[in-house]
Ligand binder design. Structure first.
Ligand code: C2E
Ligand code: CA
Ligand code: CA
Length: 455
């Protein structure tokens, strides 16, 4: 703590237990929080200052944050945080050199510092990341501020917003803003994403469902187009009915799990259940079955994902070479070396990786060539749009062949679409024409159990 801090502020931030604190009306106390962190930033020592931009550095930011958090929680109703990341910084640095990169950072800092109220704390959090602490600010106000700041600069920028929740440590608080920033980058960049501190009732309900093992999984057939639609595999799709949010879709459920830190657990529950059920489905089918399971990119960026997934599959006794993990390409941060390392580890034991929803978002040829994929799944709208279906499918199948990728076309609902897929030599297909997702019971009761089981 810098000695130059006025004594009254020093006392406030270092004696949270003082009895008089509780008696201060909330409006006054929130003002004091703002004043305390603002004073801190003005009197920060050299070690807390980023030489290039003159803003606080990460150490200074962390100290200001600790100061704000030492204020008793009742007096600190709305402290928000934003983490910013410049989208084009690396390419500017690579193309134009470090001097140009430095100038970009200086300009951004100068533009932003002009925009902020005196109690806001802006810091260069590291590299091209900036942190902003906003006392007395709600999440909605923080989103507005972040959007205004992004609009004030000439380079694209992503932002993650959160607010302080009772009981948060500094690292939980920063971690939540960081998840928001990651999602902003992973879902297209140049946007602001809120990682809310408010835990909706549906999250508690999901937590309880995971604990009691009541998450369900259904299976949709994947067929061989050339072999009269013979079933060769199934895609596992999560199913859960929430009483808090009865209209929640599977995609909505995944979004909630991702934003509440439950995605790892949900992903693991689905993977284990699917691998266990696959034995029965394969017995019923009487022929070798490939199981496809979806993986969220937020699972994949964890350092231990591959090791944990392999253990889960092994525990369920399902062969690695009969498993495909589906990953949505547009969500995968291209620069995530962590995710790439996980994919390589999974492929080494024979698990195949599919690019899901190909063609739905931004797909780059470069990534198609360089990333470790085995299968390409063509998104439903591609075959759904009759006018462009043929040229698009022709182009995508040629591309897949060139890169040695197998193809599954999704969303086949009509015989015409099935014929087109067959004509273009597409290997596998999936869609309501062949079957909707069904429970294990529905599958096993619909088909008489085969006598010669490969399992
Ligand atoms: P997805 O992986 O692209 O899954 C295919 C979705 O398209 C499924 O929706 C399926 O029911 C639907 N579908 C299949 N054929 C047709 C068709 O012919 N016509 C139409 N209109 N729809 C068809 P669902 O089950 O609602 O899942 C939506 C998304 O939720 C999935 O898209 C996937 O991204 C995600 N998801 C589902 N289960 C999981 C899971 O266990 N883990 C993760 N990470 N994501 C999951
Ligand atoms: Ca999928
Ligand atoms: Ca898909």
């Amino acid at each position: 703590m810098a000695l130059a801090i006025p004594l009254c502020v020093f006392a406030i931030v270092n004696n949270p237990a003082l009895a008089w604190w509780a008696a201060i009306p909330p409006v006054t106390t929130t003002l004091i929080v703002g004043a305390a962190v603002a004073v801190l930033s003005r009197v920060a020592s050299e070690a807390d200052i980023d030489v290039l931009t003159g803003l606080l550095n990460r150490r200074g930011f962390d100290r200001a944050l600790m100061t704000a958090l030492r204020v008793p929680s009742g007096a600190n109703p709305s402290l928000a945080m934003v983490l910013f990341d410049l989208d084009d910084f690396k390419s500017t640095n690579d193309r134009l050199g470090h001097r140009a990169g430095d100038t970009m950072l200086e300009n951004v800092a100068a533009r932003w510092i002009d925009q902020l109220s005196p109690d806001a704390i802006l810091a260069r959090y590291g590299g091209d990341e900036f942190g902003l602490l906003l006392p007395n600010t709600t999440e909605a106000q923080a989103i507005e501020i972040a959007d205004r700041m992004r609009a004030a600069i000439t380079t694209n920028c992503s932002a993650g917003v959160t607010s302080w929740r009772h009981g948060d440590t500094a690292s939980l608080f920063v971690g939540r803003a960081d998840i928001g920033l990651y999602r902003a980058k992973a879902t297209g960049r140049n946007q602001t994403t809120l990682e809310s501190a408010q835990r909706p009732a549906v999250v508690s309900e999901l937590r309880a469902a995971l604990d009691s093992g009541t998450i369900d999984v259904h299976y949709q057939p994947i067929v061989d187009v050339a072999d009269c639609g013979r079933i060769v595999g199934y895609e596992a799709l999560v199913r859960w009915t929430s009483t808090e949010q009865p209209d929640l879709t599977p995609s909505g459920l995944i979004t909630i799990a991702e934003s509440s830190d439950l995605i790892d657990e949900l992903g693991r529950a689905v993977l284990y259940r699917a691998c266990t059920d696959a034995h029965s489905i394969q017995r019923t089918l009487g022929s070798r079955l490939t199981l496809n399971v979806n993986v969220s990119c937020l699972e994949l960026v964890r350092e231990t994902y591959a090791t944990r997934a392999l253990a889960t599959v092994a525990a369920a006794g399902w062969p690695f070479d009969q498993l495909v993990l589906e990953i949505t390409e547009s969500e995968l941060a291209a620069d995530s070396e962590q995710a790439m390392a996980q994919l390589q580890q999974l492929r080494r034991v024979g698990i195949r990786i599919a690019i899901d929803d190909f063609g739905s978002g931004y797909s780059s040829l470069n990534r198609l060539a360089s990333l470790p994929w085995d299968i390409l799944k063509i998104d439903r709208p591609i075959i759904g749009d009759a006018a462009s279906a043929r040229p698009m499918l022709t182009a995508i199948t040629a591309l897949s062949a060139a890169f040695g990728l197998d193809v599954i076309v999704e969303g086949i609902e009509t015989q015409d679409q099935a014929r087109l897929a067959a004509e273009l030599g597409i290997g596998n297909a999936q869609g309501f024409l062949y079957g909707r997702a069904m429970s294990l019971d529905e599958i096993t009761s619909a088909m008489p159990a085969a006598t010669a089981a490969p399992d």
